[in-house]
Design a protein around this ligand. Structure first.
Ligand SMILES: [Zn+2]
Length: 604
């Protein structure tokens, strides 16, 4: 249970951070080294990045420094995410943030000087060096938006202050809020972020599920104004940044790094809001009927179609599913999966103060780390397959690319992860003819993979777009406005078929993604690509797998459009998205048919 303090969880269920630093002392020594290294770098190169040759020489040293910083940053952030209530970890992360801001200011001259080089000089340096080509191309692309070197230095010195809203959000959410117990069926139950999202939200007992919902959102409401103010602060920083740097609006500024134009972004939101909604309403009706619910509400949408069928899975048992389903990716990939268990890459434990949800952090020069709170449901296996998809992506990219070439656009980040969910589902479907099992698998893909990526995150994206439109118009937001915007998106999508009860409008408070730019829409973008490629893998087998591995290995050396193309998907058109929406519709039709089949068999 997540009331367990971190100190009491089993070691074998935790990640091994010693692979980053053996002791906290080693970490401290590294920080010192980084500080000295940054000072030495400035001493050596400041005022001297005068031509392409010098730039390449400096980049070599810069790369080394950068590679030293990565494990240190990962170490502090992972320690913090495993237990946000640990004040030592909190203080360590805060101090690291301040040190990094100082280092950022010390090093900011470098990109300024690079940026001031004549374009031909930069281009010839790019031609001479494959390993720094992407980095220099980014410098060149960003050149029109770069400010005076002294201004850049000042802004860098404020770095940790600009990150403060996200820290504040997390402290409010994970340290300050304590959820009260709630009553249902004459009993009392504990509540927390992890319990609510991991258990109560999917609980088949409608009275209990709704009581948990009411109590959870009731407590969120107490913190809505602080959380909204924190978010507004973040939005105003983004807006000021976009204005100062001469971007047309916040959207252009945030999409700049993704190397995606506004059309691809808008298409994802517009098409899904209008064309997926009818399918999902049908799914809601199916749930309603299966559970005999009078009036479907927002609190009922995550209940499984057939909860009596949900198998319980231990961490040990998860190996079989993971290894078998993903073996199609080849020996090297399978070896990585095995290592992830043997070397404790994953933090499975459930404890108080642990970050909610799941993530994968892949520091260059080390192996990936995964955070998940294992509840023992089959859904966890899908989540783990998803996070191992991120791990497999960076594992491949890091093995084939230098540090500055490894990271792809955010637009593409969720493609390899959702691909693994598809592979898991395909594997399970292939191995059974039992209609009840098949229905359970398809329901899992709809309720988990597509619901999560095409509904939850997409509705966040639709809401987020409305928020930024306001900010671009020079307005601010507060809790009342955010509640109205969130409610309007939920009502638009679910229409008459689902009642958006009081409290649901506070759902915006639950998502850390809003502090990460235009992230929410990329889930459906990634899953659009992976749905199409997983179909290719089903139909063509090995050649499609090989294409996909090439994509993973390319890391950040290609744009999202180019990466998708390598795997045979053209995302410059609407077709892949339309095909994916149609596919989701067909899955829901399958669920209806299988349900009829199962029910008529039961009658006999
Ligand atoms: Zn992911």
């Amino acid at each position: 249970m997540s009331a367990t303090p971190r100190s009491e969880v089993k070691l074998e269920e935790t990640w091994n951070l010693e692979d980053l630093f053996k002791t906290a002392g080693d970490y401290e020594a590294r920080v010192k080294e980084i500080e000295e290294g940054a000072a030495a770098f400035a001493e050596k190169y400041k005022g001297k990045v005068t031509d392409g040759q010098n730039a390449l020489k400096a980049l070599k040293d810069y790369e080394k420094l950068y590679e030293q910083i990565i494990p240190a940053g990962t170490y502090v952030s992972l320690l913090q995410s495993e237990d946000q209530t640990n004040s030592e970890s909190q203080m360590r992360a805060a101090k690291f943030g301040s040190v990094m801001a100082k280092i950022g200011a010390t090093l900011s001259f470098f990109e300024s000087e690079l940026s001031e080089l004549p374009e031909e000089e930069l281009k010839s340096a790019m031609d001479q060096s494959e390993e720094f080509r992407v980095y220099l191309a980014d410098v060149l692309r960003f050149k029109p938006h770069r400010l005076h070197p002294e201004v850049e230095k000042t802004l860098a010195a404020f770095g940790s202050t600009f990150d403060a809203p996200y820290d504040l959000y997390n402290v409010t959410k994970l340290v300050d809020i304590n959820f009260p117990d709630f009553q249902a069926d004459g009993e009392s139950f504990p509540n927390s972020y992890n319990l609510f999202e991991g258990e109560w939200e999917t609980d088949p007992d409608t009275e209990k599920r709704r009581a948990a919902f009411k109590s959870f959102y009731g407590k969120l409401a107490d913190y809505q104004h602080t959380t909204a103010k924190t978010y507004d602060m973040h939005l105003q920083i983004e807006k000021t940044n976009a204005d100062l740097r001469g971007f047309q609006d916040v959207f252009e500024s945030l999409l700049f790094n993704q190397q995606v134009d506004r059309e691809l972004y808008d298409r994802q939101i517009n098409l899904i809001m209008s064309e997926l909604a009818p399918h999902m309403r049908k799914y809601a009706k199916l749930l309603q009927k299966a559970h005999g619910i009078d009036r479907m509400t927002f609190a009922d949408l995550k209940v499984p179609l057939d909860p009596s069928y949900e198998p319980k899975i231990t961490i040990e048992e998860s190996k079989k599913y993971i290894f078998e389903a993903l073996s199609i990716m080849g020996d090297d990939y399978s070896e990585m999966l095995k290592r992830s268990y043997d070397e404790r890459w994953t933090d499975f434990a459930q404890n108080k103060g642990k970050s909610t949800g799941a993530f994968c952090s892949s520091p260059y020069g080390s192996h990936p780390y995964i955070l998940i709170s294992w509840t023992g449901s089959m859904e966890d296996v899908f989540v783990l397959a998803h996070e191992l998809g991120h791990a497999g992506h960076f594992y491949n990219a890091h093995n084939h690319q230098g540090v500055f070439n490894a990271r792809p656009s955010l637009y593409f980040i969720e493609a390899p992860s959702t691909m693994n969910e598809m592979l898991m589902a395909n594997h399970l479907l292939k191995n059974s003819e039992d209609p009840r099992f098949k229905r359970w698998v398809i329901a899992s893909i709809v309720a988990r993979t597509y619901y999560h990526n095409f509904v939850t995150h997409l509705l966040e994206a639709a809401y987020q777009r409305k928020v930024y439109e306001r900010i671009d118009a020079g307005e601010n937001v507060n809790a009342g406005i955010l509640n109205d915007l969130k409610r309007s998106v939920l009502e638009e999508f679910w229409g008459e078929d689902v009642t958006i009860e009081e409290g649901a409008e506070l759902t915006w408070m639950r998502q850390p993604h809003y502090f990460m730019g235009l992230y929410p829409y990329t889930y459906s973008a990634g899953l659009t690509v992976s749905t199409q490629v997983s179909k290719r893998i089903l139909e063509e087998g090995e050649p499609a797998v090989q294409d996909w591995l090439k994509v993973l290995r390319s890391g950040g050396t290609k744009t999202p459009v180019e990466l998708a193309k390598m795997a045979g998907v053209d995302i410059t058109t609407e077709q892949p998205l339309r095909d994916t929406i149609a596919y989701i519709g067909s899955l829901i039709d399958d669920l209806e048919k299988l349900t009829q089949e199962i029910e008529s068999a039961e009658v006999k």
